[in-house]
Design a protein around this ligand. Structure first.
Ligand code: F0G
Length: 465
């Protein structure tokens, strides 16, 4: 194990509490109480961890970095090497698959496409189960083990399920996943099958599954691992730490993430906020969220806010109008009623970011461009580059500003989409009409049948140049 960090709180959990974020309530609860929303008012909960004093910031930074050279499992994890800022103590039975420590790539073609001088993409698809969910799941399943839970459960569009299934398998817990039947990719479903989860395919959409999981959570045998669980957010906030470390602790001007159930954006907001309070960064990057047009309840809410309600620390609207029938081929974010919208909106407003939506065509083409950078991602992740292009065109992001887009899932999460795009057969069912609306791939690259001769192959390569 790397050297212990001087002055760091060994017992990170000793003073941590679960705090209700509703301004009228603010009640606090013990860190080992099995709750997901405030038992008093139903408001969202957040873990409040004592942030070590700013004087320790330099030693924290050095210690976190030093752990990268260690072979101890807690140090190998890109989540647990930041454990001074996590609500667990040294004795926690950590369930890890060596998550995190994902690359931050330069993406010159994507930059040019978006109208920027440069663009970096943080690839969370390089996690053990191929999505960013692993950074949260290691914390949630560790908490499940601490609580003595025997059964963990989630509602999912596919990635949360695959991740929970894997971590539950590591911990020897039963895993139940609720997925909307026929609406998650075969690759994601295959992962959950392989990891041994009990897979409940339900008629309905993700929002229906999410409602049911909250009901199931009332049963004492079930521990919920969706991002409504504040321990998920604790794990995921470490991505903000890791990203700033990769940026030399100089925050980029903008960080852009996709938005679905809004756990990821909430976690980035919390992570950046803690770094600012610690004095590890001097200002917040502007955090912006991009949704798919057909599943964009928060972008719609944001568009309706006047300037006074967009100001940092302004009161949030009381409710969000759900999208009853969300539609997008980016199935990961096909969500009409995001559970963590308040935390996410707070993070965006406080950092003066934006929340926008992009079309299916924009997502598809951006995805292909990211592929041309040799990176690749699943459709939901490509909303970032599509959204950045839109924000540059609108003058919100300047060409010379520094921008990081967060890719949330691996390209192999949805190979059918990729293949349809490049073969020119991608389409989305439009409105109530049965007719499918084709999506013309601007950057198509389909395989071609070539005669099995050297000359034919060379000729083909010349034509393709
Ligand atoms: N990108 C990918 C690849 C996702 O799987 C998700 C969410 C998001 C973005 C959106 O993140 O929900 O934190 O705003 N997937 C969830 C799931 C809903 O069940 O796998 P969010």
């Amino acid at each position: 194990m790397a050297e212990p960090i001087a002055h760091a709180t060994k017992e990170g959990s000793a003073q941590a509490v679960q705090r209700c974020l509703s301004p009228a309530c603010g009640a606090s609860f013990g860190i080992r109480e099995r709750i997901y929303v405030c038992p008093k008012c139903g408001g969202p909960l957040e873990i409040e961890c004592p942030v070590p004093c700013a004087a320790d910031a330099a030693s924290l930074r050095a210690g976190w970095q030093a752990r990268r050279a260690s072979f101890e499992p807690r140090d190998r994890s890109g989540v647990w090497r930041f454990r001074e800022l996590l609500p667990f103590d040294e004795r926690a039975p950590i369930v890890t698959l060596a998550e995190g420590n994902t690359p931050l790539y330069d993406a010159p073609r994507s930059a040019e496409y978006a109208g920027l001088d440069g663009l970096r993409l943080k690839h969370q698809g390089c996690n053990p189960t191929g999505s960013f969910k692993d950074t949260g799941m290691t914390a949630a399943v560790t908490q499940a083990a601490l609580l003595g839970a025997r059964r963990v459960a989630c509602a999912s569009t596919g990635n949360t399920a695959a991740s929970l299934a894997a971590y539950a398998a590591r911990a020897g817990l039963q895993c139940a996943i609720l997925v909307p039947r026929g609406q998650i990719t075969s690759a994601k479903l295959a992962q959950s099958m392989d990891y041994g989860a009990a897979i409940c395919e339900l008629d309905g959409n993700f929002d229906d599954c999410m409602r049911l999981i909250q009901e199931l959570g009332e049963d004492p045998s079930i521990y919920i691992a969706n991002s409504i669980n504040p321990f998920r957010i604790e794990g995921q906030k470490t991505v903000a730490f890791e990203l700033m470390e990769q940026c030399g602790w100089r925050p980029p001007d903008h960080v852009v993430v996709p938005g679905g159930n809004m756990g990821n954006s909430s976690a980035f907001g919390k992570g950046f906020g803690e770094l600012l309070r610690l004095g590890l960064i001097e200002q917040l990057p502007r955090l912006s969220i991009v949704q798919a047009e057909g599943a964009a309840p928060l972008a719609r809410l944001f568009a309706g806010l006047d300037d006074a309600h967009r100001a940092p620390r302004s009161p949030l609207p009381e409710s969000i109008t759900p999208v009853a029938d969300p539609r997008t081929l980016a199935t990961a974010i096909k969500i009409g009623s995001p559970v963590s919208w308040e935390k996410a909106l707070r993070a965006v407003l406080d950092s003066r970011g934006q929340i926008i939506s992009v079309s299916e065509q924009e997502i598809a083409d951006a995805k292909a461009i990211i592929g041309r950078d040799g990176i690749g991602c699943e459709p939901a992740s490509a909303t970032t580059v599509a959204g950045i292009k839109k924000l540059v065109a609108a003058g919100v992001i300047r060409r010379d500003e520094s921008v990081v887009g967060v890719l949330t899932g691996h390209v192999l999460k949805d190979p059918d989409y990729v293949s349809h795009y490049h073969r020119g057969t991608l389409s989305i069912a439009s409105g109530n009409a049965a007719a499918a609306q084709p999506i013309a791939g601007k950057f198509r690259n389909a395989p071609e049948r070539i005669a099995a001769t050297k000359a034919a192959i060379l000729d083909y390569l010349e034509r393709k140049r």
